[in-house]
Design a protein around this ligand. Structure first.
Ligand code: 5GP
Length: 129
């Protein structure tokens, strides 16, 4: 069965997409730690990040870095935090989180955004790419 993220790639379920190329996709986390929390994923469905082929892994990091730089421009923050967890969704994803404080890296602290706030931040990131 396809992962929820493969369904997002295929347009079967909606997402606030911010960047895409032939191999990778970036979109907003639906339950963000902080406004602008973005996930960068390979389109190939791979469960664990360190099982990726080395070149593919490096390309994912390069893609994530480009998105992180746009995110830092678009969302006022002290810096962008990066994490890889994968306990909930078994499809590789790099979390990029605009940080104001250490607690923003706690995945138990969540921020509620309205659809228009999601759209606004997605557009701001796209414009900064
Ligand atoms: P992890 O697998 O790293 O523990 O966390 C998975 C992340 O994916 C969570 O932060 C969660 O909010 C996010 N997530 C889960 N399902 C969806 C979804 O359907 N759409 C989006 N945009 N994010 C999701």
């Amino acid at each position: 069965m396809s992962s929820i993220f493969t369904k997002i790639i295929n347009g079967e379920i909606p997402a606030y997409k911010v960047a895409e190329n032939d191999k990778f996709l970036a979109f907003l986390d639906i339950n963000p730690n902080a406004k602008g929390h973005t996930l960068c994923i390979p389109k190939q469905e791979i469960n664990k990040i360190f099982d990726m082929e080395e070149d593919h892994y490096v390309e994912l990091m390069k893609f994530s870095r480009e998105v992180a730089k746009a995110l830092e421009t678009a969302v006022p923050c002290k810096r962008i935090g990066m994490a890889v967890v994968g306990l909930e969704v078994p499809h590789v994803h790099v979390h990029l989180i605009p940080l104001q404080e250490m607690d923003d890296m706690r995945f138990t602290k969540k921020e509620k955004l309205t659809p228009s706030e999601f759209e606004e931040v997605a557009n701001a990131i796209k414009e900064s790419l």
